[in-house]
Design a protein around this ligand. Structure first.
Ligand code: TRP
Length: 363
């Protein structure tokens, strides 16, 4: 298994990652404070650093913020939404500021075939997807590294505190990588400290997928040198692709993921053809033996995103286990839910164009 910011592969053992990364398991107490969304309630977010401390500050009425970023390497798919849905849910619960850096520079450096014009195009498009999620205007600050150049001042101050050998060890930099790779960690650490550069010392919570933890660790190691609080983090498991692979990735010509702009027909075809099923080979066998919802991708998507009602989810689980619910019927439930969500999303994305000014930070 390999889990690093620029490479995820193999069979992921999350218990081992807790130990390897030295992060803590999210306990019942933290879960009860942050667990409104299925992603937190159902333990897709499984690990943390100092999340208990962040929650305690928030509950005391102290200033707290949330920050999570987007690397605009392509148009967005469902898997990309994971940290942003949680950022939004936490903003609703705690009424706090949310910061969203767009690391176009990162993706420009690390994606060999992504040219400068294209990455800027994706940035603009992704920003609209993010605004469409319903963040609060006036409390949500989005900035693109190539456009909000103020961030460079902070990145430089951070860069001066990180040696090359630290970056090399933390990110596995290779001799053949361009030097953008070696500077970028300073940029992402500057993102994570940005709320404190911007509004003074306070606690920031960073929802991320577990592969991003090296950035969190690096930033925590230098935060105090600026007189800042160490940032807290909550870490998510990866959202499986339709094929059931560990992480959603659009490398299979985009067939194993659901893009936010996939139309109804495309969603239906992708789920029917490609969503890995825990069902039996024939209907007769399925009725007799039942299916396995724990490996069934359609069920996993309902669990992570689309069926927030615990009772309804349990009924689907039990019905599938006992064979009362067929794979085709389970898939129909998911297709309907995804298409309802995407239809709403597209409307809100079209409206988002009018509200850019309320969200984008200006130099
Ligand atoms: N590196 C992240 C990714 O590839 C995106 C990102 C940029 C980010 N800045 C961040 C994530 C700050 C968390 C915090 O997805």
């Amino acid at each position: 298994m390999v889990v690093s910011p620029w490479e995820v592969s193999g069979q992921i053992n999350y218990d081992k990652l807790l130990k390897d990364f030295g992060v803590n398991k999210i306990d019942e107490k933290i879960k009860s404070s942050i667990g409104v969304h299925p992603l937190t309630k159902r333990e897709i977010y499984f690990a943390h650093r100092d999340a208990d401390k962040w929650v305690a500050e928030a509950k005391k009425g102290k200033k707290v913020s949330i920050l999570t970023g987007r690397g605009p390497s392509e148009r967005m798919h469902l898997g990309h939404l994971v940290p942003f849905l949680i950022a939004k849910s936490l903003q609703d619960t705690f009424d706090c500021d949310v910061y969203i850096p767009i690391s176009d520079d990162e993706k420009f450096y690390v994606k060999e075939n992504l040219d400068f014009e294209k990455v800027n195009e994706y940035s603009k498009d992704n920003v609209l997807d993010l605004i469409a999620l319903g963040f609060k205007p006036g409390k949500t600050f989005i900035f693109q590294d190539f456009a909000y150049t103020e961030i460079y001042k902070y990145a430089a101050q951070v860069a001066k505190k990180i040696t090359y050998s630290t970056a090399k060890a933390a990110f596995g930099l290779k001799p053949e990588n361009n030097i953008g790779w070696s500077f970028y960690p300073a940029m992402q650490a500057a993102h994570i400290l940005f709320p404190q550069f911007h509004k003074g010392k306070h606690m920031t919570l960073v929802p991320v997928a577990i592969d991003q933890d090296p950035f969190i660790r690096l930033t925590r190691d230098i935060a105090e040198q600026f007189g800042f609080e160490k940032p807290a983090a909550i870490h998510a498991k990866f959202m499986p692709s339709l094929y059931g692979e560990t992480k959603m990735s659009s490398s299979n010509s985009g067939l194993s993921v659901i893009f936010l702009d996939d139309d109804k027909k495309t969603v239906e075809q992708k789920i029917k053809r490609y969503a890995f099923s825990g069902g039996q080979k024939s209907i007769e066998e399925h009725r007799k033996l039942g299916g396995d919802p724990d490996i069934d991708v359609s069920f996993q998507y309902l669990k992570m995103f689309f069926e927030p009602d615990d009772k309804k989810l349990k009924k689907i689980y039990d019905d599938y286990r006992t064979g009362r619910l067929l794979t085709s019927e389970l898939k129909e439930i998911l297709i309907k839910r995804i298409n309802e969500f995407l239809e709403e999303h597209r409307k809100k994305k079209a409206e988002a164009k009018k509200h850019l000014d309320k969200f984008l930070l200006k130099n």
